[in-house]
Design a binder for this molecule. Structure first.
Ligand SMILES: *[C@@H]1O[C@H](CO)[C@@H](O)[C@H](O)[C@H]1NC(C)=O
Ligand SMILES: *[C@@H]1O[C@H](CO)[C@@H](O)[C@H](O)[C@H]1NC(C)=O
Ligand SMILES: *[C@@H]1O[C@H](CO)[C@@H](O)[C@H](O)[C@H]1NC(C)=O
Ligand SMILES: *[C@@H]1O[C@H](CO)[C@@H](O)[C@H](O)[C@H]1NC(C)=O
Length: 487
């Protein structure tokens, strides 16, 4: 660790008391190592509740391991900045890039000499068929050596016009790249502004090739998928369709790689109580939808992590019909769950039940946190290698869950990190930290560490806590990183 001696380097001791053979995890933090070129508001108010979420700062590291990229929305709410860093120390490297006019930093892919970002920008009303009220439209921006080489809109004027045009007030999506397929995939939340679904919220999956050409791929591209998608999980595959999961407003979370939508021929991963379009922010809600689905190294297997209140009393969903159900939640606080997939469209263990009248709708769930009293949120997952994965979440020991099917408020009582294996078994006890948060993508580096960005600040999950609990109250001027290593 000699190379870090000039940094504010804070090792956090963990209980590494496990038997010699069993691996353990070790957390290290790099606090305030990157000064930001512009201010950043680290708090995003959640849909419906206004409860504080971390505002996502997308993070990615190039395949050669030489450059890290961190993207963040300017504190003014317009412009996304992408700073280049040295991944061994997380310190500035340059060039610093500003993409003007963007309203959201929604996903980042690193290449050896540049990056691709999923952003969201308003289209001038002078453009034919532009969305109303300057509502932003998602686009992919490709930069090489600090210069933009292309920009491709993945919704808006001219994109799947016959299915209706789409915009994204809150894109809440993710961007991935497949080296094998030489394709970018973007999965994001949309609102239609023309056509049959005008005024409705849904989601879209779009593919763009390396030269910036939007592709229409049968069985992969999707103009409209899950209704009121409030959570996306997306990961690359060797060929399209890429691995995708949605949380919809009818009562389920679907592995929808094959269907791209919420068809009952998809894999029902979970039954969730839904109200007002939400299902308990399973993939982080507003500013979430990253590092929820991860692929094991050299393997076709994936792991998915989410939070759930469980499911009891499955009742008929007469609007959707067979294969769909409504459910009540089993618990007040949310628990962390994981699901394993042997390939991008196959769940290892049984699907969630669709049996109307069943008392238990969650018997298939592999719970990571057994007890029900606390509330867990902001669950994420990344894989270390071909066998081990890291699951993280935040906890409120005594939550106030006043909103049905939304997040809970209360005093933050820690970020937890649990090592799990490819069979979905927990390995050792979770590591707890009171001052490290996951606020951007969890990235596996070439040296085997999993690293992610966060803002070094007092964190609150209570509404209205000045500075840490209110959007627009704090401007961060530096970024911190944390890494977990497998010992
Ligand atoms: C960040 O900026 C502050 C104040 O401008 C300065 O004191 C500090 O050394 C800088 N930190 C790094 C890591 O460059
Ligand atoms: C969700 O649970 C609430 C009670 O907590 C219930 O009132 C509501 O009907 C449930 N939603 C569905 C779609 O069953
Ligand atoms: C995956 O395969 C590559 C290429 O064969 C190899 O370098 C790498 O070590 C493998 N990863 C693991 C975790 O075995
Ligand atoms: C169901 O969840 C809501 C919050 O969504 C909570 O208020 C209620 O107490 C929960 N029901 C049970 C049985 O725990």
């Amino acid at each position: 660790m000699v190379q870090f001696k000039s940094l504010i380097y804070t090792p956090i001791c963990t209980a590494a008391l496990a038997a010699a053979a069993a691996p353990s995890i070790k957390l290290e933090s790099f606090r305030d190592v990157l000064n930001l070129t512009s201010g950043f508001d680290p708090v995003k108010a959640a849909y419906w509740t206004g409860l504080p979420h971390h505002r996502r700062t997308p993070f990615a590291v190039s395949p050669d391991g030489k450059t890290g990229y961190i993207a963040y929305l300017d504190a003014s709410g317009t412009d996304v900045h992408v700073q280049h860093i040295e991944p061994s120390s997380m310190t500035p490297k340059g060039p610093d890039v500003t993409i003007p006019g963007l309203k959201e930093a929604g996903g980042l892919v690193a290449h050896d000499h540049g990056f691709a970002l999923l952003g969201n920008e308003a289209i001038p009303s002078s453009v034919a068929n532009a969305p109303p009220d300057n509502t932003p439209v998602p686009a992919i921006y490709r930069y090489k050596n600090g210069k933009q080489v292309w920009k491709t809109f993945v919704a808006g004027p001219g994109v799947h016009e016959s299915d209706g045009l789409a915009m994204s007030p809150d894109m809440n999506g993710d961007l991935v790249w497949s080296e094998e397929a030489q394709l970018y995939g973007a999965y994001f939340v949309i609102t239609s502004y023309t056509g049959a679904s005008k005024g409705h919220f849904g989601d879209s999956i779009e593919y763009v090739d390396d030269s910036g050409e939007l592709q229409t791929i049968t069985g992969a591209t999707s103009a409209w998928g899950c209704s009121h998608n409030t959570g996306i999980a997306f990961e690359a595959a060797d060929e399209p369709p890429f691995a995708s999961i949605c949380a919809e407003d009818q009562g389920a979370i679907w592995l929808n790689t094959k269907t791209q939508g919420m068809g009952n021929n998809g894999i029902k991963v979970s039954n969730e109580n839904t109200t007002n379009g939400a299902s308990g922010e399973p993939m982080g809600g507003m500013s979430g939808s990253y590092s929820s689905l991860a692929r094991f190294d050299n393997s076709s297997s994936y792991i998915f992590a989410w939070v759930s209140r469980g499911s009891i009393d499955l009742t008929e969903n007469d609007w959707m019909g067979e294969g769909y159900t409504h459910t009540l939640n089993r618990t007040n606080g949310r628990r962390v769950a994981i699901a394993m997939f042997s390939d991008k469209e196959t769940k290892v263990s049984p699907q969630a039940s669709s049996e109307v009248g069943a008392a238990d709708g969650d018997s298939q769930v592999n719970w990571v946190t057994p007890t029900e009293d606390p509330d867990r949120s902001n669950a994420h997952v990344a894989t270390f290698d071909d066998h081990y994965a890291l699951v993280s979440w935040e906890e409120i020991e005594s939550p106030a869950c006043e909103f049905i099917a939304m997040g809970c408020g209360g005093t933050f009582t820690g970020t937890y990190f649990q090592l799990v294996d490819k069979d979905g078994q927990k390995v050792g006890e979770p590591v707890k930290s009171m001052d490290t948060y996951v606020a951007g993508d969890m990235v596996t580096l070439n040296d085997g560490r999993i690293c992610w960005p966060y803002v070094n600040m007092a964190w609150s999950l209570d509404k209205g806590d000045v500075y840490s609990g209110v959007e627009g109250q704090k401007t961060a001027s530096s970024m911190s990183f944390a890494c977990m290593s497998l010992e």
